[in-house]
Ligand binder design. Structure first.
Ligand code: ZN
Length: 334
């Protein structure tokens, strides 16, 4: 890896600077030394937002032209193979600095942010985006960043703009409507306990959301892998089930939100006429912030369209029921 771009190191040793402070220093330093990032952060101040009240939940539309490249990025295998990986250290912009995190990841500023202080956390080697082997790292990162941040994951076929290179995102907490909604107990239906880890399902959110909560990261990681395995069996697939993940950590407890998916982009995304709507749902959209890079989409997106997109891209309730049933059966088996 290219250590030239590592400006700080975090290895979790006691007595060293905490990770949140290192990130704040990284962001401030990059705003001074990297004009593109400074400009992107300034542009966020002018981004228009509008709340759309849907059936039982609310989303925030964000008209962010800076995200056009991300929203329309091709993720098909041939195109990915043909391009140089933009997350590999040797391809990073010359101005980019990072924090070498626990020897395995590089924490970087995202030059096309959805929120101020939007970070990309890339694995130091070029290996495919996959969660089973990296869930423990994601939980560790959430704990090291603390309650001020959310750690995000997009599956390789449902939102990751680099499905060939393992990466997470981190954004300041409090930005996505789902964060408030998920602590509202009325919305949570407890459905199972997996090795002592409660699994809940959110109700009335217009899309499937599963919530694992726990204070033991290895038990939580194992429960997550059992859920992943049950989804695989319910879908009769060997590859990773499509999903987005948001992880939060506060007072020693992790909360893992899992958005199971059945489709990356809705049909309206592929229309070739004026009816095309450029919305490419990834974890931030599933969390309730819908990025609309085109102004006409920002103007016309309404509740029925949002509800329809969620219905189309979220895994259906029957399949989720089947996965939960399989998991309970496996948990009870000797
Ligand atoms: Zn790469």
């Amino acid at each position: 890896m290219n250590f030239v771009c590592s400006s700080a190191v975090f290895n979790g040793k006691k007595g060293k600077q905490g990770l949140p402070l290192l990130c704040i220093q990284l962001i401030a330093g990059q705003e001074r030394s990297w004009p593109e990032l400074a400009q992107a952060h300034r542009a966020l101040a002018d981004v228009r937002t509008r709340d759309v009240v849907c059936d039982g939940f609310t989303v925030r539309l964000q008209h962010n032209p800076g995200r056009t490249v991300n929203s329309i990025a091709s993720v098909n295998r041939q195109d990915i193979k043909a391009r140089a990986c933009f997350l590999c250290a040797e391809s990073l912009p010359q101005e980019q600095k990072g924090i070498l995190y626990r020897d395995e990841y590089l924490i970087l500023c995202n030059p096309r942010p959805v929120f101020h202080s939007h970070l990309t956390v890339t694995y130091v080697r070029h290996i495919p985006q996959a969660i089973a082997g990296s869930i423990d790292a994601l939980l560790q990162l959430a704990a090291d960043l603390g309650s001020g941040w959310a750690v995000l994951y997009n599956g390789p076929q449902c939102g990751a703009s680099a499905p060939d290179h393992l990466h997470f995102q981190a954004v300041p907490s409090g930005q996505m409507p789902i964060e408030k909604e998920t602590v509202d107990k009325k919305r949570l239906a407890m459905i199972a306990e997996v090795d002592g880890i409660p699994l809940a399902r959110m109700r009335g959110m217009g899309r499937e959301i599963m919530v694992l909560t726990g204070d033991n990261p290895s038990a939580l990681g194992n429960a997550f892998k059992k859920l992943l395995n049950s989804l695989q069996r319910a879908l009769c697939i060997n590859e990773e089930p499509m999903m987005n993940i948001a992880a939060f950590y506060e007072d020693g407890t992790w909360r893992l939100l899992i958005f199971p998916r059945q489709k990356h982009r809705p049909d309206v995304f592929f229309r070739e006429d004026d009816e095309r709507v450029v919305v490419s749902p990834a974890v931030i959209e599933m969390g309730g912030v819908i990025v609309a890079p085109m102004e006409k989409d920002f103007e016309r997106i309404d509740a029925p369209l949002v509800e329809g997109i969620f219905r189309e891209v979220s895994l259906d309730a029957t399949t989720v029921d089947g996965a939960v049933a399989k998991m309970l059966l496996a948990t009870r088996s000797p």
